[in-house]
Design a protein around this ligand. Structure first.
Ligand SMILES: *[C@@H]1O[C@H](CO)[C@@H](O)[C@H](O)[C@H]1NC(C)=O
Ligand SMILES: *[C@@H]1O[C@H](CO)[C@@H](O)[C@H](O)[C@H]1NC(C)=O
Length: 386
């Protein structure tokens, strides 16, 4: 029987060798972030207007975070995600501050350079780190930009939004005189004029798929995809869709033309999530991945940058007297990490916990532990718009 033992041992050894060559020891982490998408605009929250089957499927097979607290606007929310700190910790005034209004085009404000960001921390753990899409955490100097703040690569834009097809940022400052208007689509520091005319959600999806395709399997991947969808584009009013005729046909049951466009934009972002999950599956990375999907903050339901999203039943737009203290929907899905199944129910979670709850997900460290985590599996009743 000795030969049999030998054979088994050889098989086991070769299995381990093969596996070590193709499987990263740490899980891949993929975060897909929407922009200004409302609480009421996902199927898993009961939206009966906007189909989001891919995100719903991730949620129903994963965990729906139903008390995922956020900052109300873009730069503070993204700062919290990447630093694991409340924005107030970056100072309330001056160049480094991430508290308050989002950074305007040309403004010399940035994430303080002594803050150690999520991609930098993951790099220390051997991750390859990539950002596709929006940054909006400072770009007045090169050292404020993502490829100098821990990302091996960045394809996307530095400011708050761009056009859905022309990738131009147009912003008039509060003096009503100074206007910034220029291309904001970069691969690291190289302007990318050649993509003008291509639809932003599709372009960022393709670039994300390229990142996954060229990723060496034995190393862990951190991919952050920050879509333009569903922020308004160009001068802050564009709701860009690939084919307006098709949008009006597909969403003819929605009365308001702008909301039809918004619905299509959100649906396209959902398709992007589906394509990314498919690609992870094709490369056999899915079984070793943690996927998180959420929006930076709620919908801009009125006023500047109004995008016709719905935050019902929460009151108010992101900026106003009835501003909701929290808003955002998040989906956490991890076939690999059984730890999430043991997490306790019903306690609040915030943006900052994405970084600090890594420890609970058996990944690494902990800094600003703010809340006990709240990973609540649940079923969601279908609701109707008021
Ligand atoms: C700029 O325009 C807005 C809206 O018309 C107005 O409320 C504001 O006072 C103007 N600001 C300046 C500095 O003129
Ligand atoms: C846009 O959609 C309409 C309706 O579905 C279709 O007939 C048309 O060919 C589409 N246009 C393009 C350029 O794809």
């Amino acid at each position: 029987m000795r030969w049999l033992g030998q054979a088994v041992r050889i098989l086991v050894v070769s299995y381990i060798v093969a596996d070590a060559a193709t499987v990263s020891k740490r899980p891949h982490i993929v975060i897909v972030l929407g922009d200004d998408i409302g609480w009421n605009d996902f199927g898993f929250h009961g939206s009966n207007q906007i189909p989001t089957p891919n995100i719903d499927a991730l949620g129903y097979n994963g965990i729906i975070l139903d008390k995922f607290y956020t900052q109300q606007t873009c730069s503070p929310s993204r700062a919290a995600l990447l630093t694991g700190n409340y924005p107030i910790r970056s100072g309330t005034i001056g160049e480094g501050s991430m508290q308050g209004t989002p950074i305007t085009a040309g403004e010399n404000r940035y994430l303080p350079l002594d803050m150690h960001l999520l991609p930098e921390r993951l790099k220390e753990l051997g991750y390859r780190t990539h950002l596709v899409g929006k940054w909006h955490l400072g770009s007045a100097l090169k050292r404020y930009t993502p490829s100098r703040r821990g990302f091996d690569s960045h394809f996307g834009y530095w400011h708050g939004w761009v056009g859905y097809f022309d990738y131009m940022i147009q912003q008039t400052l509060e003096d009503n005189v100074t206007t910034y208007n220029g291309l904001d689509l970069h691969h690291n520091f190289e302007p990318q004029w050649q993509y003008q005319g291509q639809y932003a959600t599709d372009l960022f999806t393709r670039k994300s798929l390229d990142v996954i395709d060229s990723h060496p399997l034995q190393e862990p991947l951190f991919l952050l995809v920050t879509h333009l969808a569903a922020h308004t584009g160009r001068e802050g009013v564009e709701l860009g869709v690939p084919n307006i005729t098709r949008t009006d046909e597909t969403y003819s049951y929605i009365d308001t033309p702008e909301r039809r466009r918004y619905a299509d934009i959100v649906n396209n972002m959902d398709k992007s999530v589906g394509q990314i999950v498919n690609k992870l599956s094709q490369r056999d990375m899915l079984r070793n991945s943690i996927i998180i999907v959420f929006s930076d903050n709620g919908a801009q339901t009125v006023g500047t940058y109004q995008n016709f999203g719905s935050s019902w039943p929460l009151e108010g737009p992101w900026k106003g007297p009835k501003e909701p203290p929290f808003d955002v929907e998040a989906i956490l899905n991890s076939p690999v990490n059984k730890a999430i199944e043991k997490l306790p129910d019903h306690s609040p979670l915030s943006r900052t916990d994405i970084l600090s709850s890594r420890q609970r997900l058996d990944i690494s460290w902990c800094r600003d532990q703010n809340f006990a985590p709240n990973f609540v599996p649940r079923t969601v009743p279908v609701r109707h718009l008021p």
